[in-house]
Design a protein around this ligand. Structure first.
Ligand code: C2E
Ligand code: CA
Ligand code: CA
Length: 553
């Protein structure tokens, strides 16, 4: 007896009829023998009804272990009365593979009908092929047929996992962008292709990747002497473009795994540094890391590791440098600068610390730590009626986090610090990225609405400072100490600084000169009309305990 679902529910045969239009359909009996197939199935699988009826479900799958196992899993599921769905590889009658999304449905036995199973399939072969092609494209550089950067990273990680020892070699063509006789883009591609062929011929079975326009990586078990042989090979086998021999030289760096560096990122960075060392000395060579670079990299690696515990153990410290406001004749602001004292490494200054923290992500914790310290101190001063605010440096990595604004507000609330007592400094690098990511400017605007001011730091050192000034919600600029340095010795700098001050003031901005070390510089800047002065001449950065509030010039 069929249950009564009411007259609007379509009958099973009606549903099947519509499904048959879209799906490839097969049905089997309780033994897995095919009892029915529809037209869609026959078209794709190239079977004829005569031949396919009576064959088993398993015969529709490739004979590989994996495929046969999958067919069993599907069948076990169905026979247990459960529906199965997923992606499956099948084969046509001629043995060609095709891919389907399958739904396998058990039809439980009734008094009239024994158990059967219905398989609905959608052909997704084209999607899978497209995916494979995309993967191929992503893994292979289409101009040269060499490995791509993605494939390289994967390969290096595989090598590391397998415990292989190898040289990671960075090779770049010197002066590529200014090579004579290579004006058209076709001839440039031609050169890259010929160069890749030289690499393939010399390095043969070793893996070669192209990771930039004229940048290549070779992975080889051999060391520096073998790699350097490529320079000679290149000399003996010059590259001709339009029958002209193109005189090319290359620079490169060799780094060994595991002796020199232990991860893909570190290998890449070290190889780049080794190559830069070569280029700085005129290029045309492939060398290992210099002992100095080796030392720098090792120190970086140690700092990177130790930074995690430095945060845990509160080894970080904040010092404050006064900023003197000329109009009021008072120190109205202190800039917070982070310090890290380590027992073994000594004092680690921010110029070393911040770039590493930006890379390993700890910049968020360091930023939060400095802001918390600064806000606690500023709130304390505020309660004591000392009218000075604190300026905190921020990195663009912090603002790339969409939670940054909330984090800043949370810290102000926790420390009970009025927003007007805190200012944030951003650099031009920051400004450049803020233009790209609209969420950064949005967060800045929200913080400004909450009462926080923004100052543009290192003003004049980037390319397009003036452009940023119009887009970003900044109220102050800090003229970089680079300009202040040569102010009294270079007349050109004087003109430049005067122009910067005039322009900033015309936009209603408050102008600070930083890095002021002498009375001469101070007097000159005062005459030029800056609003505030910061630098050793006013005061060194000191701990909060050492701040003297009577610092007056
Ligand atoms: P900055 O913001 O331009 O900071 C000014 C730097 O110049 C400070 O170096 C300061 O000690 C130094 N300085 C100040 N007055 C003079 C002077 O008269 N002469 C000379 N030669 N130098 C002076 P510091 O503390 O080493 O900081 C370096 C940079 O690190 C800072 O440059 C800032 O961009 C960054 N930084 C410092 N603390 C933090 C922080 O907490 N977070 C972030 N994101 N960056 C920070
Ligand atoms: Ca600063
Ligand atoms: Ca600065």
């Amino acid at each position: 007896m069929k249950p009564d679902y009411g007259q609007f529910v379509p009958e099973l045969p009606d549903i099947m009829k519509s499904l048959e239009q879209f799906y490839m359909v097969t049905r089997t009996d309780g033994e897995g023998s095919i009892t029915y197939t529809n037209k869609n199935f026959l078209e794709i699988s190239k079977w004829t009804p005569k031949r396919v009826i009576g064959r088993t479900l398993w015969q529709m799958f490739p004979e590989t272990d994996a495929s046969q196992k999958q067919a069993h899993v599907i069948w076990d599921c169905v026979i247990a009365g459960t529906t199965w769905s997923g992606t499956v590889e099948k084969i046509t009658r001629d043995g060609e593979p095709y891919f389907v999304n399958m739904i396998a449905i058990p039809i439980m036995p009734t008094e009239e009908e024994p158990f059967s199973a219905t398989f609905l399939e959608l052909n997704i072969t084209e999607d899978i092929q497209l995916r494979d092609q995309l993967q191929q494209i992503a893994f292979i550089d289409y101009e040269t047929g060499l490995m791509s950067r993605y494939k390289l990273e994967k390969t290096v990680n595989d090598f590391i996992e397998e415990g292989k020892h190898f040289s990671f070699v960075f090779i770049t063509i010197d002066h590529y962008y200014t090579l004579k006789d290579l004006q058209s883009s076709e001839s440039k591609i031609e050169l890259i292709k010929s160069f890749s062929n030289r690499l393939k011929r010399y390095f043969q079975d070793n893996l070669i990747a192209r990771i930039g326009v004229n940048e290549f990586i070779v992975l080889t078990a051999f060391g520096e002497w073998y790699v350097q042989g490529f320079l000679l090979f290149l000399e003996q086998q010059p590259i001709y473009i339009d029958n002209i021999a193109i005189p090319i030289s290359v620079s490169g760096g060799v780094v060994r795994y595991p002796e020199d560096q232990k991860t893909y990122n570190h290998l890449m960075k070290a190889a780049l540094i080794a190559t830069k060392d070569v280029i700085e000395h005129g290029g045309g060579k492939i060398s290992s890391l210099t002992p100095e670079s080796h030392k720098v990299l090792n120190r970086r690696a140690i700092i990177d590791q130790k930074m995690f515990t430095a945060l845990d153990h509160n080894n970080l410290q904040v010092v404050y440098q006064p900023q003197f406001d000329l109009a009021s004749g008072k120190v109205t602001l202190y800039e917070a600068l982070v310090r890290w004292e380590d027992n073994d490494l000594g004092m680690i200054m921010p110029d070393e610390l911040i770039p590493i923290a930006e890379e390993n992500g700890l910049i968020h914790d360091i930023g939060a730590f400095v802001l918390e310290e600064a806000a606690t101190l500023a709130a304390h001063w505020n309660r004591k009626d000392r009218h000075a605010s604190i300026s905190v440096n921020t990195s663009v990595r912090e603002f790339s986090n969409t939670q940054m604004k909330d984090k800043v507000i949370d810290i102000l609330n926790e420390t009970k610090c009025p927003a007007s007592c805190i200012q944030l400094e951003i650099t031009e690098k920051f400004a450049f990225q803020a233009e790209e990511e609209s969420s950064i400017i949005l967060q800045m605007k929200e913080l400004q609405d909450a009462g926080i001011q923004f100052a543009l730091d290192d003003f004049g050192t980037g390319y397009a400072s003036f452009r940023y000034m119009q887009h970003l919600p900044i109220t102050k600029v800090k003229i970089d100490k680079l300009f202040v340095n040569s102010l009294t010795t270079q007349p050109k700098t004087q003109q430049l600084v005067e122009g910067m001050i005039r322009f900033s003031k015309s936009m209603g901005l408050y102008v600070i000169a930083e890095g002021v070390e002498t009375k001469e510089q101070y007097n000159l800047l005062e005459k030029m009309g800056v609003d505030a002065i910061q630098g050793y001449y006013i005061g060194m950065p000191v701990t909060s305990d050492d701040i003297k509030f009577e610092v007056i010039k």
